[in-house]
Design a protein around this ligand. Sequence first.
Ligand code: ADP
Ligand code: MG
Length: 292
Amino acid sequence: ATPTSIMVGTGRGAELGVLFRKGEALQRLKDANVVAVDKTGTLTEGRPALTDLEVAAGFERRQVLAMVAAAESRSEHPIARAIVEAAEQEGSALPAVTGFDSVTGMGVRATVDGARVEVGADRYMRSLGLDVEMFGQTAEGLGRAARSPLYAAIDGRLAAILAVADPVKSATPAAIAALHSLGLKVAMITGDNERTARAIAASLGIDEVIAEVLPEGKVQAIARLRAEHGPVAFVGDGINDAPALAEADVGLAIGTGTDVAMEAADVVLMSGSLQGVPNAIALSKATIGNIR
Ligand code: ADP
Ligand code: MG
C-alpha cells in the first residue's frame, strides 16, 4: 500500500469512528482469519445483576446476602457491584469488614463480623477444599440460562450459590453476523464459567469458546488461535485485556473501555460499538486491496 492510500484509509476510519493508532494496523487487519473477543464489557454490557441466591441448609438467605455483600463492598469487580446493589435493594445494613483480599481470577475473601467469608468461582471453592457438588443441578441450570454461578463460603462451610447475568449489548449480534459475512471466524475468550460462556456463544453464533481463562491466560489463548487459524485480531476493553491486545496481530480496544486497553491497542473504536470491528476490517480490505 502507498503512504497515500494509508492516509486516505486512516482518514476514512476517523469518519467512521475507527482510530488507527498505527498505519500498519490498517494494512494487517485485512489478513486476519479470526477475531477473538473478550466477553465481559465487550460482547456484554459489563454491568451484571444478581439474579439468583440459594442457601445451603442451616443458612439464612438475608444474612448470607448481607455478609457476602459486605465482603464484596471492598472489591472493584463488576460482580461485586451487582451483589452490593442487591443487598442495598433489600435494605440490608452491611456488617463490618475487618480484613479483605481479592484473589485474581478467583474471587474475594474477607473477615465479616468476625466470620471468614469467601466468594467466587467454583475453582476458588475447590482450591479451598470445598465440594460444590451439592449445588450441581442448580449450577447446570444457571449455566444453560447464560447466568454465571458463584459460590459463598462462611467459616469454611459452603453457604450459598449465587448467579449474575450480564446482558448482551444490542450491537453485538449484527457485528458478529458482519464478521461472518467477511469470512472470519469469531472466538470468545473469557474468565467466566465454561457452560455460561458456551450458552452465550451459542446464542450469538460464535464459532469457538475459550473459557475459565485466568487473566494471564489470554495471551496464550491468542497464541493458540494463531497456531490453529493464522493471524488474529483481538477485541477487548479491560485492564486485563492489555497483554492480549499487544500479543494479537491487531489489537482493537473499545473506546468506552479502560485507558490501559486503549494504550495497548493498535485500533480504538471510538463509537464504543463492536460494529467498529467489521467496519475496520472492511475498510482495510477496501483501502489496501484497491490501491496497490
Ligand atoms: P471475568 O470477569 O472476565 O470473568 P476475571 O478474571 O475478573 O474475569 O474473573 C474470573 C472469575 O472469577 C469470574 O468470572 C468470577 O467467577 C470470579 N470472580 C472474580 N472476581 C470476583 C468477585 N469480586 N466476586 C466474585 N467472583 C469473582
Ligand atoms: Mg472485559
